[in-house]
Design a protein around this ligand. Sequence first.
Ligand SMILES: [Zn+2]
Ligand SMILES: [Zn+2]
Length: 272
Amino acid sequence: MKIKFYGTRGSIPVCDRDYLEFGGNTTSIKITRDDGRISILDAGTGIRNLGNDLIKEGFDQHELFIGFTHFHWDHIQGFPFFAPAYNPNLVINILAMGKDRNIDNLQGIFEGQMKPEYFPVPLEGMGATFNYLKTDRDSWKRNDAKLKVIKQNHPGDSYGYRLEDNDKTVVICTDIEHGDTINPEIVEFCKGADLLVHEAQYTSKELESHRGWGHSSYEQAIEVAERAGVKKLAITHHDPEHNDLFLAKIEKKCQKRFPNCVLAREKMEIKF
Ligand SMILES: [Zn+2]
Ligand SMILES: [Zn+2]
């Protein structure tokens, strides 16, 4: 399996000169399974480049799943710029899995941000066929692949995803606030993953003044990785105020404590 980061930034895109290494787009992750099938998690501004790359690579799937952790701006804003969604031969399944999903109208979320007040092209004018899959199920199995989700503490809720395929496991936990101690259910959810993608928007000191904003510190991301015994940790959802210099220093500190750890960079690909 491999994953590729298109967008590593939390909250809002940034395009300043000292943000080029780690990148300025907001969250979208391309997941490629061993059989070559591609899925996507979240549709932040990075999904524009993701879609353009798919087209360049000759993407010819008839059906594409796009899962969503939640629907804050930084996770849906790129969707109207996802070029494959303008292909009338493509079926796009928009997936929101998990119990107690705090949404009444999944289709309305995507239609809403493309209303004429906000965007020139309506959702139904894009061209692809959209299916809206909202399910209370916490797990789902298809052939060799097993997908599980867990509800995370975040304003308006968010969901972590765990994908097991061909004896390889990736867990993606973004937009999660643990509180004073690490949530043991999240540790359990991440157990034994080959790759854990965990957000960290703040340093421990910054977290003190951002309680209730829905995010984690670097130290917390590492603690989850250590306690869950994961093989590799990739930290993402960088704060828009953290430039390349700052993040490079943080990465060195993180690697001292958890050597197999990286801070995600735009278009970084991890195979496992
Ligand atoms: Zn976010
Ligand atoms: Zn969020």
